[in-house]
Structure formats: C-alpha cells, structure tokens
Design a binder for this molecule. Sequence first.
Ligand code: G1P
Length: 277
Amino acid sequence: MITKCIFPVAGYGTRFLPATKIQPKEMLPIVNKPLVQYGVEEAMDAGLTDIGFVTGRGKRAIADHFDISYELEHQIKGTGKERYLDSIRNVIANCTFTYTRQQEMKGLGHAILTSRVMVGDQPFGVILADDLCVEQSEGVMAQMVKLYKQFRCSIVAIEEVPMADISRYGVIAGECIKDGLYRVTDMVEKPPADKAPSNLAIIGRYILTPDIFEILEKTPPGANGEIQITDALLQQAKDGCVMAYRYRGKRFDCGSVDGFVEATNFMYTEYYKHGKL
Ligand code: G1P
C-alpha cells in the first residue's frame, strides 16, 4: 500500500513575480482553488493521504491553507457561503500533513532526498504541483498506483512533447512493453534536442521505491549543477527496473504563464461553469 505523497514546494516561482514576491507560487489560484490543492486532491483520490511538503522560507501560507481557519469557520457557519469551504474541509478531514524545509535549492533530487525523514522505508508518490493534471474518472496518480501494484518498481509519468520543447524536461528511452508502457533503458535531464533519446518527456508525477534515497545520496550534481531525480532514476533502471507510463488525461504546465492561463480557461469553462469546482 502506498500512503505517502511528497510535494516539493521550495522553488521561488520567479516567472510569476511580482505575484510570488511574498506568496508561494503553489498558492496561486486556478479559478478559485490554489494550484497545490489540485495536486493534494489528486493524491488523496489515489489513496495517498499522508501528505509531505518539502518547503522553504516564505512558504508558510501552504501550511496555513491545509489547516482550519477558526475565524473563517466562525464567520461563515450557517450561511450560504459555507459550501465554498467544502473542498478544503474535505482535504483537511481526510489527509495528514507534514513539513520539512529544504534549506538550499540544490535541485529536485535534493528536495526528494530531503523528504526521506517523512517517507521512511516505503514506496511513495511525488507530485510537482506546477503540472496540473486533469482526468474526469481517474487521476494520474491513481492510474500510477494501479501500475505500481503490478510492477512494484519506480514509475514516471510521460507524454510526447514537440522536440522544440524537449530541453525543458527529463527524457526517457525505453522498451515498449505494451501500449503506453515502457521499461526505461535511458534517461537524460534537459537534453538539447539533438541529444534527446526520444520525444517522451517526464511530467511531474512519480512513484518511487525507497532505495532511491541511497542512490540520491551518491548522485553527483547533473544538469544545471543540481542533483537530479532523473539521474538517480537512471541508476535505478540500470540496477533493476523503472517503468514509464503514458498517462491518460490532460496536463497544463502551470510553471509557465502560458500554461497557467490555459489551465485557468480550461478549468473555468469545463469545471467552474458547471458547478464542478
Ligand atoms: C522537473 C524534472 C524534469 C521533469 C519536469 C516535469 O524539472 O527535473 O525531469 O521533466 O520537472 O515538470 P523542472 O520543471 O523542475 O525544471
């Protein structure tokens, strides 16, 4: 059983300055819900209810968001506005929240290594809240948990991206096992287009087995001088097995202004307008 999900949320969000000067980028709303809450709901729907944040300075609003606001509860109780609190109340009632700080920005691999104290010796999910994934019937993390039960190894979610964008991602090469499922043979973080092993990019959803921590401890800095989860996963793939899964659903790169606006328009027209947010 996987019950833990880690959210690395220590990044600065410079692309959204000045909006992110004093508030975490993960708290920016897509319509009426902070980006990070979408991710937590996806984890919760997959049965991953022990939520761990790898946070940093200036990110306290996240911890306050996932806690009761007594003033607000008092003001709103018994009024017609109470329903606006339904989704966050539901998350708070069903999940536990743990926080640890990443003191230096040394990359996603380093952030995940920092989460070791919260994870212990169990497989766990990782969600990068910047990648907003939408799927009506079964969230991407729930799809991955099903696969984990079958393969019992680390899994990354992938999608095809245009070669012009490939250098923004971790990229895999793999042996196709069945439609949309690959056994990873190679993995490169942010390769230039002419060095990319395929057009299959890793998106911000992972299930990791806990041996990843020992590997991460020994992983030297890679692309951008940072400790990369991609490099550690390649080692895991060589030692054993890592699967790459072409998920079902739609993804928005909310780490970019374009993706953020697209997500906002989509969630507004497809969900909010129909009373589904
Ligand atoms: C991270 C990972 C990268 C992955 C991407 C997905 O990069 O390092 O392998 O493709 O997330 O969003 P970042 O976007 O943090 O630079």
